[in-house]
Design a protein around this ligand. Structure first.
Ligand SMILES: NC(=O)c1ccc[n+]([C@@H]2O[C@H](COP(=O)([O-])OP(=O)(O)OC[C@H]3O[C@@H](n4cnc5c(N)ncnc54)[C@H](O)[C@@H]3O)[C@@H](O)[C@H]2O)c1
Length: 356
């Protein structure tokens, strides 16, 4: 644990009313951008992360960007006694739970690891919260919980489906656990945010997405091709029943998502709720490649590869509920998403490892 004397000092100078938010997985992609917005908004932040797919450097840069300190604890969210000690030490009032594993294909190869981190991790965290009567909780869920048969655009009032991967099943299971918890104890305030496809980076180019190993998601992969690290992009499936034959997804800027979390925190109410965070606009893989080429001024070589099992042709969000309940909507354009991704890539060709 980082020596926290300066942090303690700073805490004591803050208003007693200011809230202290525990952000699990805060050193990762979405978590680090959300920590930045939380600090900007005057929240105190404690990050718990085991750095399995996150970077301490991301948090150092967040502190520099905002000019404020946060507290960091390196550890596993499944360690209930550690979480209890953090809640007590920092007087945590709210929890944002990002920590988890997220690679769909990997989850089919290693389901136990996914269920352990994503479900046991959530259970340990919730148990520690119960012990300490902390009952404000925001969960990183995913559009994958709608399953294969939901009507497009996905609306929150359609029931959870059966996701095809262990990753998706773990998200649906945690949502169910949270729903049961709120049913059993009406003093809980729980919101599951169902993200669509987060991309982009902070417009400083200092923080962004830095996955370990070969990227699973489209944008980091395209970035690596544009930067010359990979020779070409494999587009999985060119014969879907979509306008140009490639899959369509609802890409949302990570800073919009981050702001969505703060809006959700500010509008948390008793009970259980689920809210989509997306743009409502589908973009195909080919359209994304063209948008990237326009921004980086290079050709992105690609090849059409066979479809991947479990990939849906297209889906996007209905965003009305977020607008109505959180007064939130995504405001950043596709061009900004791509420009910010490219800026992050060019300023940090090796991600955070440049300086580690
Ligand atoms: N990025 C997406 O496309 C997407 C879409 C929908 C939902 N989500 C969910 O949002 C959350 C954040 O996603 P992200 O893209 O920022 O992923 P990420 O991998 O960048 O961040 C997750 C963070 O959790 C940490 N972590 C993993 N296991 C941990 C453990 N056992 N204990 C403590 N920390 C642990 C990692 O080190 C990492 O910093 C995840 O729960 C993910 O499933 C992501």
């Amino acid at each position: 644990m980082r020596s926290s004397s300066k942090y303690e000092e700073q805490l004591s100078t803050f208003s007693k009313n200011s809230r202290v938010v525990l952000v699990t997985g805060g050193a990762g992609f979405i978590g680090s951008h959300t920590v930045l917005v939380l600090l900007e908004q005057g929240y105190q932040v404690v990050v718990l992360d085991n750095l399995s797919n996150g970077s301490y450097e991301a948090l150092t840069r967040v502190e520099k960007l905002v000019g404020k300190r946060l507290s960091f604890v390196k550890g596993d969210v499944r360690d209930q006694s550690l979480v209890t000690s953090i809640i007590n030490k920092y007087k945590i009032s709210d929890v944002l739970h990002f920590a988890g594993l997220k690679a769909v294909a990997e989850s089919t190869l290693n389901p136990l690891q996914y269920y352990s981190v994503n479900i046991e991790g959530s259970l340990a965290l919730l148990q520690a919260m119960v012990e300490n009567s902390v009952k404000r909780f925001i969960f990183s869920s995913s559009a994958t919980v709608y399953g294969e048969n939901a009507k497009i655009p996905y609306r929150e009032d359609s029931s959870r489906g059966t996701p095809s991967s262990p990753y998706g099943k773990s998200k649906a299971a945690v949502e169910q656990i949270l729903e049961d918890l709120a049913q059993a104890d009406d003093s809980w305030q729980i919101c599951c945010l169902r993200y669509f496809n987060p991309i982009g980076a902070h417009n400083s180019g200092l923080i962004g997405e830095d996955p370990e190993g070969v990227p699973n998601n489209l944008l980091p992969y395209i970035s690596h091709v544009a930067a010359g690290r990979y020779s070409k992009l494999n587009i999985f499936g060119g014969d879907y029943k979509t306008p140009d034959g490639t899959c369509r997804r609802d890409y949302v800027h990570v800073m919009d998502l981050a702001e969505g979390h703060v809006a959700a925190l500010q509008n948390l109410v008793a009970g259980f709720d689920v809210i989509n965070l997306g743009t409502g606009v589908p973009v195909s893989v080919r359209e994304m490649v063209a948008a990237y080429e326009a921004v980086c001024g290079k050709e992105i070589a690609f090849e059409i590869a066979p479809q991947r099992a479990g990939d849906l042709p297209e889906f996007w969000s209905d965003c009305a509920k977020a607008k109505q309940k959180l007064s939130w909507e995504a405001v950043r354009s596709l061009k900004e998403m791509v420009e910010d991704t490219w800026q992050w890539q060019t300023k940090n060709p090796l991600g955070y490892h440049n300086e580690e």
